[in-house]
Design a protein around this ligand. Sequence first.
Ligand SMILES: [Mn+2]
Length: 309
Amino acid sequence: MPRSTARPDGARRFRLLGAPFDGASTLGWPGSRYAPERIRSAMGWILQRREDERIYSVDLGTTLPYPEDLLVDGGDLATVAHDLDATIDAVSAGVRETLDSGRTPVVLGGDDSLLYPVARGLSEHAEDVGGTVAVIHCDAHLDLMDRNVQQGTHSQSSGMRRAAELANVSTAASVQVGPRHFNFPSSLRFREEAGLRCVPAAEVHRRGVDAVCDDVLDHVGGADRVLLAFDIDCIDPAHAPGAGALEPGGFTSHQALELVRRLAPRVDAMVLTEVNPMTDRNDQTAILGAYLVSTVVVHANAAAAGEGH
Ligand SMILES: [Mn+2]
């Protein structure tokens, strides 16, 4: 199935949507509500390097297309600080409307509960046009908690569990990349029963980003649409100190950028969560977030235009 957001000439267009909500940060540090503003600010430094509708990819040694309307800023979604349900509805609706308009939504969270409404918007869109959705979930954590007393059912620990319940999401075509350390045995049971694949951070370190990306792209190959759900804590705290939770043993900034560059051509929606300006160091993590988003946007479009990949 062709990309729902591809234009007749094959090129891609994106819309940035802020979701300044951290009301579901029931564990870890709150503060990700300030991330959209800081990431947008950091993106200004990248966007100003465009000349004649192209940008120089130093890594690839060539210029890539960067048309004026490649990425428009749709402003912030109507999140409601005290109302998780209203926030979920607003984010889902914004994602769905963006897809209906022919653009690829790039949502800047906010906490990781936002994985679910972004998946829901993409799933509802897939329901309209036909097809299945795979989630590539990059995270230090599994986020497969069904419910607990303190966090309820839609916290930052349940996003992937709730997404797996959506009608058009295929758990068998989805994959988690970057989990590590210790987690709940019940999450392992759920993962095995649902056929949800997991590539721990340790496997990425052992096999390398390229080999893992080959596998991931192959694994999601059967799905019609792909959501890239990127919790910044999949990156090591040394490289991303401004996160809601700090888990050692994660990706370097280089590994993370290579990962999203390779996956970019398959991305139909992206959500970046848990960047936390309250615990960040000189915007280091917001800047990395800006580069992750810009990398996806530029390289997805370049690939669609037959350049750079
Ligand atoms: Mn996480």
